[in-house]
Design a protein around this ligand. Structure first.
Ligand code: ZN
Length: 270
């Protein structure tokens, strides 16, 4: 009986928050009121420039079979993850450069998008908001899950890219409704879909997850190269549905106060 009750209350609390009432998130999730929250406005002029040897992108150019990938509509976003038969040591990972000797494994990729022009991305560049932002969530190899790594020092590194990749939008028709999932209809080459290893620099700051529980200690890497995404592709994202059947769009959190944090712009040197 106790167990059943616990499961029910978990379901209720998971579905409690929504993007329309984001100013009330902190009532239930106190960390959303923290001093190191994300996203933020990336002001080019007030960033601190730093040179660093590049981050190493490992297995980013490996080709994963479409059936080894799972794309899911979870009612709040679409999320791409690896099937369980791909263990950590076969997944893309990042190490080196500003990350030092810690290895971070690519755990999942998800998207934030809007209902129209100038809406959708979470980070802004000099207050300019683009229409879509992709998050490549990497957990420290010390942890088995994003949940286990969340909030821990050096637990999570998230790569943020403004813009999307074409192939994913062709799969969205199969996951229109919340709870739908599919394998990819194309093979997946992470470095081709997201050319992170080709980019010359990025913003770096310490922030949080942008959804409840808004856990902090997230190492953010946001690339200033904007990837093009067409209106046709954006419309495919906007045709997805939430749990209650309404349009799944505007799943982005508004900008948070910097509260004196340093934001770096890291330039790769060889
Ligand atoms: Zn995100």
């Amino acid at each position: 009986m106790m167990k059943a009750f616990a499961i029910i209350s978990f379901v209720i609390s998971v579905s409690a928050w929504n993007y329309k009432d984001q100013d009330t998130w902190s009532q239930e999730y106190s960390q959303c009121n923290g001093l190191q929250q994300s996203p933020i406005d990336l002001l080019i002029e007030s960033t601190i420039e730093k040179d660093s040897i590049p981050i190493e992108f490992i297995r980013y150019n490996k080709i994963f079979k479409g059936y080894d990938m799972i794309l899911e509509n979870n009612g709040r976003t679409i999320q791409l993850s690896f099937s369980e038969n791909i263990p950590d040591e076969f997944r893309p990972s990042i190490i080196g450069g500003i990350l030092g000797n810690e290895t971070f494994i690519l755990d999942q990729i998800h998207f934030h998008w809007g209902s129209g022009t100038g809406r959708g991305a979470e980070h802004t560049f000099n207050s300019k908001r683009y229409e879509l932002e992709v998050h490549l969530v990497h957990r420290n190899s010390k942890y088995d899950s994003v949940e286990g790594a969340a909030g821990e020092h050096n637990g999570l590194t998230v790569l943020g890219i403004l813009g999307g990749f074409r192939e994913i939008s062709d799969c969205l028709q199969f996951i229109r409704y919340s709870g739908n999932s599919t394998s990819l209809i194309y093979n997946f080459n992470p470095g081709k879909a997201f050319p992170v290893d080709k980019m010359e620099g990025f913003f770096n700051y310490v922030g949080s997850l942008t959804t409840p529980e808004c856990s902090e200690n997230v190492n953010w890497i946001v690339f200033n190269d904007v990837q093009r995404i067409s209106e046709i592709e954006l419309e495919k994202f906007r045709s997805l549905k939430t749990e209650d059947g309404s349009d799944l769009m505007d799943n982005w959190r508004v900008g948070q106060d910097l509260n004196g944090r340093n934001v770096y712009f890291i330039k790769n040197i060889s």
